[in-house]
Design a protein around this ligand. Structure first.
Ligand SMILES: *Cc1c(COP(=O)(O)O)cnc(C)c1O
Length: 354
């Protein structure tokens, strides 16, 4: 039976990417060797790394603007501290829009003063704070563009004189925006790009080298830039699969094309949530995410029949995060409109039965 994978991360990847990746595990570029048993310094793997880096810059529209793309390890969670290590001299601003921002703040506090410019913890992060004040003189302002757990997304980004840093782990490459408004973007691969194990960092070089502390080599963006993202053995397989996904995205028309599909998917699901008396949305309507839709049943008695129906339809990964409960449908780039249609069919059948 065809599966419809709504998992929040690691999550769905394009079928053709999985097919090519599995082929390369057995025989990479017709070499008779596996991608994962050759040197990362071989010509063939260096080409993979360079291609992945330049595709990332190209798809984000950042060519010739002073940015470098890196594929690092340690997940987005490592970036929580690396950002602060490299950029925080005295004080930084953080917009606290969810559990991931909260964790980023915790790490930053090890390095300097953190000013929470806004926070939506009072309503368990179901909205994005607005009209908040950003003080002058910050070392940087940190945002989380999409709050994977709560299903909210930033639609507008504040203007500030400080470098703008953004955790885009769960919505990078999913919607068009002026990416040059950011000075550093990071994203764990496992939500819109590839397997877990590598993290994309896109950084404007001129913001680096300004803190007075000494930075261990492996945590220093400048070291990684100078080594072309090969300071140590990179996560060869995750980087390769990320490259394939970025190629797939480019071939289908880039971010503009995928955004159109993502909007259709989200609209289809949210209109079902809003029209149906048996479902309630979690996030504030105006702040809803195109990637992660959070909702719940209005009647607990429907839980069992609903979950049986989901299973019968081949729908996977719909459980909400434990801090929100209910359901979460993650609609990342590789998820088809057809899969969302199947989910919505099950939801409307639930309504008829409920
Ligand atoms: C998943 C996620 C993270 C954590 O990523 P790891 O790679 O597991 O460290 C951080 N931020 C956001 C927004 C996420 O969705």
């Amino acid at each position: 039976m065809k599966k419809h994978n709504f998992s929040a991360g690691p999550c769905i990847l394009p079928q053709e990417v999985l097919l090519k990746a599995s082929g390369a595990v057995m025989d990479f570029n017709g070499s008779g060797l596996s991608l994962i048993e050759i040197s990362h310094r071989s010509k063939d793997f260096i080409a993979v790394m360079e291609n992945a880096r330049s595709l990332a810059i190209e798809l984000l529209g950042l060519e010739g603007k002073g940015y470098k793309a890196l594929f690092l390890q340690g997940g987005a969670s490592m970036q929580f501290l690396m950002v602060a290590y490299n950029l925080l001299e005295t004080k930084a601003g953080y917009l606290n829009t969810g559990a991931w921002s909260d964790k980023a703040i915790k790490e930053a506090k090890l390095f300097g003063e953190v000013i929470e410019v806004g926070c939506s913890k009072d309503e368990n992060f179901k909205y994005i704070p607005k009209g908040y004040h950003v003080p002058k003189g910050l070392d940087f302002l940190h945002l989380t563009s999409n709050n994977t757990i709560f299903g909210t997304q930033l639609k507008k980004f504040p203007k500030t004189d400080a470098p703008l840093v953004c955790d885009m782990s769960s919505d990078i490459f999913s919607r068009q925006m002026d990416f040059s408004q950011f000075d550093l973007i990071y994203a764990g691969a496992q939500k819109n790009m590839g397997p877990a194990g590598t993290t994309l960092v896109v950084v404007k070089e001129d913001i680096l080298g300004k803190v007075s502390r000494k930075i261990p080599s492996i945590l220093d963006y400048q070291v990684h830039i100078s080594k072309d993202s090969m300071f140590n053995t990179p996560a060869v397989f995750p980087v390769y699969v990320s490259m394939l996904t970025l190629e797939w995205l480019k071939n289908m028309g880039g971010i503009a094309a995928i955004e159109e599909i993502n909007r259709k998917k989200a609209q289809l699901l949210y209109s079902e949530i809003d029209l149906s008396p048996v479902f309630n949305g979690y996030a504030n309507k105006e702040d809803r995410s195109l990637m992660n839709a959070t909702f719940d049943l209005t009647d607990d008695k429907l839980k069992e029949p609903f979950e049986t129906m989901l299973k019968e339809a081949g729908i996977n990964g719909l459980n909400g995060h434990r801090s929100v409960g209910g359901y979460r449908a993650s609609m990342y780039n590789a998820l088809s409109l057809e899969s969302v249609g199947i989910l919505v069919d099950v939801m409307s059948e639930m309504e008829r039965k409920g």
